[in-house]
Design a protein around this ligand. Structure first.
Ligand code: HEM
Ligand SMILES: [Cu+2]
Length: 654
């Protein structure tokens, strides 16, 4: 057992189980302060993550409602429910919400909750930055919805192609707000990526070597690296767009030597990896749930990790398959076709490993496992249409038709939303301490699964029959009427199932069966602590000896008892002290003193928002708006005397 060095004798140290005075001190140390100001100042990763998850889910519901309105409009030919202008805003807001305000951020939000628990540490790295990233995200998303409600929602599609989105064809402020929302949400994504990478590399429990990290954490680590390379591309593009619009630069104006296709390259260099930013965490959820419900360790851990990394690399090499209809060199198109087909290989490796795990296992058909099986079915269909679309001749035929809409929803909903719903059912008891109802869960699953296929399968056929995407209505008698009606019924079924999910989650908060520490009998560390976890996550830091620590230390029968672990003790209980470990083999390395809660990340986020909103109207806002930001950041980073003295009193070496 590793014992880090001794702090001054007066300091209260951790190391005993719940109920002891040390444990009480730890809980007090790591809690958020009370009251409204305390709420705004919170930095505990679990509080931030809970808000973050709820916020992204609200955006999912909002985006879903917009989709329902679109489907109602398209249910019958010649419908007059919404006109062309509102319809353009609806699909733009729907696509932008789902991609920027839901799919990637919800994965990061779940990671902010789970990663520290899975790694056996007390906090996420850079807790204040983490809080700041959440506030930025919230304000950016709200801004988009405020302008939409005020009747100025963006209307050039979620990929805002120029020249349509440029100053000539989109006058007014709509696209400016869209461009600024991108910068906000992607800034938040970048910061969260840094937070996750640092946590994974430096804050793992002793003994959790690189080849013992849970696969979900691997998936989030790889995703975070992808974010670092993908997001700057779209942030750059949207900044160039807003400059073209506001200060008359000509990045995308061919008349003055600019290039419209440049927008598409910059956008899809982000946009294709974006799909994998959603898909890889989905894979991570599966790799967490499958071993639990098959009751055996995952088959092919190393192959899984390598194929995650391979997918991430390949994902950056095939963005041009979104641009086959653009006039580009033919040889280039062949290269991108080959690369697009190649990426099916690492995904296939993952699927084989899961099937091998499930094959020999004793399956336990709980709701999360149903969603996993639903994923297999839907993703295989979506993957097949993907391989079809990678072929240039077919792509030219169905380009901008409903075939593409069908494909993208099979991949996005199959690859991300099904695993995510499984994950909600799986980790809900950890977060709330109570189980969700299995009976409602089954209904939720079957309605979703059936509704999904009823809604989106006919869109393949509609596309093959020539129905273009992004049209607000169509004539009767083109052979599209019945299938559009069917698709709308499917969409309403999905809406009902999401409603059931909300009912289930809300009811179970009070009335669910108490979960205990490890209701599914899972093997990873987040299940080693109570549900919900105490503010400090672990009253004593576990020492890890294998990939599924809980399966290697059989838990005593008594509910809620601590597993028979070895622990590290000796961290301070009365200040926020963390144990950092070495990058490769997770040996104790440093004792870190973590910052206290503070209101300044919130204030800084408000100041940044003011600058960005101002800058939609005048470039001078960038100058005046930076003054409050400078003040807020100075206050945020002002050294605190109490903290500094604690810091100096700590020994730096274990
Ligand atoms: C839950 C039920 C959903 C329904 C009923 C639905 C429906 C639709 C419809 C009808 C369109 C096409 C609009 C048009 O081209 O005229 C569309 C577009 C789109 N959807 Fe969904 N959708 C759903 C969920 C999702 C999810 C979960 C995501 C992403 C994670 C998503 C991402 C997109 C994107 C990116 C577009 C393209 C928008 C554009 O063309 O600018 N959708 N959706
Ligand atoms: Cu792609």
């Amino acid at each position: 057992m590793n014992r880090p060095g001794h702090a001054p004798a007066s300091r209260l140290k951790d190391g005993t189980g719940p109920g002891s005075p040390e444990a009480a001190a730890l809980d007090a140390t790591w809690s958020d302060p009370p009251g409204l100001l305390g709420w705004l100042a919170a930095v505990n990763h679990k509080s931030i993550a809970r808000r973050f998850i709820v916020t992204t889910f609200c955006f999912f519901v909002a985006g879903g409602l917009l989709a329902v309105v679109m489907r109602l409009q398209l249910a019958r030919p010649g419908s007059k429910l919404v006109g062309p202008d509102l319809y353009n805003q609806l699909f733009t807001m729907h696509g932008s919400t789902m991609m920027f305000l839901f799919a990637v951020p919800v994965m990061q939000a779940v990671a902010v909750y789970l990663v520290p628990l899975m790694l056996g540490t007390r906090s996420i790295a850079f807790p204040r930055l983490n809080a700041f990233a959440y506030w930025i995200f919230l304000f950016g998303g709200l801004m988009l919805y405020v302008v939409f409600v005020l009747g100025a929602g963006p209307d050039a599609g979620w990929f805002s192609y120029v020249p349509l989105a440029g100053p000539d064809y989109s006058p007014g402020k709509r696209e400016d707000f869209w461009a600024q929302m991108i910068t906000f949400t992607e800034l938040s994504a970048l910061l969260e990526a840094i937070v996750v990478i640092t946590t994974v590399f430096k804050l793992r429990a002793p003994g959790m070597t690189l080849n013992r990290i849970p696969l979900f954490v691997w998936a989030m680590l790889v995703t975070a690296f992808m974010v670092l390379f993908a997001m700057p591309s779209v942030m750059l593009a949207s900044t160039m767009l807003i400059m073209d619009r506001l200060v008359g630069s000509h990045f995308f104006n061919p008349a003055e030597g600019g290039d419209v296709v440049l927008w598409q390259h910059l956008f899809w260099f982000f946009g294709h990896p974006e799909v994998y930013l959603i898909f890889l965490p989905g894979l991570g959820f599966l790799s967490a749930m499958i071993p639990t419900f098959a009751r055996r360790p995952i088959f092919g851990y190393t192959a899984m990790v390598l194929s995650l990394i391979a997918t991430a690399f390949l994902a950056f090499g095939l963005w041009v398959h979104h641009m086959f209809a653009v006039n580009l060199p033919e040889l280039g198109k062949s290269f991108f076709t080959a690369a697009s087909m190649l990426i099916a290989i690492p995904s296939a490796v993952q699927i084989f490993c899961w099937l091998a795990t499930l094959w020999g296992g004793k399956l336990d058909f709980k709701t999360p496992l149903l969603f996993v099986l639903g994923f297999f079915f839907i993703l295989v269909l979506g993957g097949m249409t993907g391989i079809m679309l990678a072929s240039v001749p077919l792509d030219l035929q169905v380009h901008d038709s409903y075939f593409v809409v069908a494909h993208l929803h099979y991949v996005l909903i199959g690859g991300a939303v099904f695993p995510l719903f499984g994950a909600f059912y799986y980790w809900y008891p950890k977060i709330t301490g109570r189980l969700m109802s299995e009976r409602l869960g089954r209904w939720n699953f079957w309605l979703f699964f059936i509704g999904f296929n009823v809604a989106f399968f006919p869109m393949h056929l509609l596309g093959l029959k020539g129905m273009p995407r992004r049209v607000y209505t169509y004539q009767a008698g083109l052979g599209w009427d019945a299938m559009n009606m069917v698709a709308t019924i499917g969409a309403l079924t999905i809406a009902m199932s999401v409603l059931l999910f909300i009912v289930n989650a809300a009811r179970s908060l009070r009335h669910g069966a108490p979960a205990g520490a490890n209701p599914w009998g899972a093997g990873t560390l987040e299940w080693a602590t109570e549900s919900p976890p105490p503010p400090c996550n672990f009253h004593a830091i576990p020492v890890v000896h294998g990939r599924d620590p809980l399966w290697e230390h059989p838990r005593p029968e008594a509910e809620g008892a601590q597993p028979a672990f070895t622990h590290v003790s000796g961290l301070a209980a009365d200040t926020r002290e963390l144990l950092a470990t070495t990058v490769l083999d997770a040996r104790p390395d440093l004792r870190l003193n973590f910052p206290d809660p503070t209101i300044w990340p919130f204030v800084s986020a408000v100041a940044v928002t003011a600058l960005f909103i101002g800058s939609v109207f005048t470039p001078w806002a960038v100058v005046w708006g930076s003054i409050p930001i400078a003040i807020a950041l100075t206050a945020w980073f002002w050294p605190d005397r109490a903290e500094t003295s604690v810091h100096l009193s700590l020994e730096r070496k274990p």
